[in-house]
Design a protein around this ligand. Structure first.
Ligand code: IPD
Ligand code: CA
Length: 278
């Protein structure tokens, strides 16, 4: 194996370990009283456990890779426009961390949340790990190496049209109102696709696309820490990930469409009939 691939494989294995350690902490604290704070509004929450999970992951990364950069939700998320920052990618390897993706589910003891760790080289995601500590599911992918759940190879679904498609979506906290583009898009998809799910953890929802359980997923305003790991997992399972204009998705994009590739153009066409929010 060439040196770079071997180095990235070691990073991936380490990321799996970090996600499992953080997952154990998060699962362990789930039934204790949680300290909850609102960030932007009532649908944008953080708990003390998010912060503990983040500190643990960042410490583990720094111990092993002191020369790498880290971009993580609860530490870096408040500092300006996340997408704008991704427009000037930092050089070299970096880690993009969501210590709990699906915090609202976590608070409500709904078992669909994950630790998401994306590894990026010169701004491009190269590896991803998404771990749900309650189910034990560990989704992993490395560029060119396939996508896996607990070691089992994944492949996207084979649905041929939107009429057979089960789709996922979600709301950015600021879009959680009836007039948002996201709400109107759901109105357009209703009756066209087989059905829609809003599971509440974008990284895991992307893994469901990779596993062929959801046919596709779209989300406006998804942050880099929600997407960085999951997009590699979808791509490595044979899926397609673009922005709403159909260009290959970049971490600086704030629209995302992921699918089994077959229904992609049809899904994109329906979503594009709704004007973007200002
Ligand atoms: C949220 C989840 C959710 C998505 C939200 C995200 P968080 O992440 O991924 O599915 O719809 O937009 O903010 O806040 O739980 O890390
Ligand atoms: Ca989070």
């Amino acid at each position: 194996m060439e040196a770079q691939a071997a180095y990235e494989l070691t990073m991936l294995k380490n990321a799996e370990r970090y996600a499992r350690e953080a997952g154990a902490l998060v699962a362990d604290r789930m039934n204790s009283p949680l300290r909850i704070q609102e960030k932007m509004n009532k649908s944008d929450l953080v708990t003390a456990v998010d912060v503990m999970s983040e500190s643990l992951i960042c410490r583990l990364i720094r111990d092993d890779y002191p020369e790498h950069w880290i971009y993580s939700e609860e530490t870096d998320g408040a500092e300006g426009d996340a997408w704008q920052r991704m427009l000037q990618p930092r050089e070299g390897y970096g880690w993009i961390v969501d210590p709990i993706d699906g915090t609202t589910n976590y608070i409500h003891a709904v078992g669909h949340f994950a630790i998401s760790i994306g590894i990026v080289k010169n701004g491009v995601p190269v590896c991803g790990v998404v771990h749900n500590p309650l189910t034990g599911d560990l989704y992993t992918a490395m560029r060119g190496g396939g996508a896996y759940r607990n070691g089992e190879k994944l492949a996207v679904g084979q649905e041929r049209g939107l009429g057979d498609a089960l789709l996922g979506t979600g709301f950015q906290a600021k879009d959680w109102h009836p007039g948002s583009c996201a709400a109107k898009q759901i109105g357009r998809i209703a009756g066209t696709a087989r059905d829609i799910r809003i599971f509440g953890s974008a990284s895991l929802d992307l893994c469901l696309v990779a596993a062929g359980r959801l046919t596709g997923f779209w989300h406006d305003g998804l942050y880099p820490w929600d997407a960085a790991a999951g997009i590699v997992i979808v791509q490595e399972a044979g899926g397609k990930v673009t922005n709403r204009d159909g260009r290959p998705y970049a971490l600086s994009d704030n629209t995302l469409i992921a699918s089994n590739a077959i229904v992609h153009a049809e899904l994109q066409a329906v979503l594009s009939t709704v004007a973007r929010d200002e």
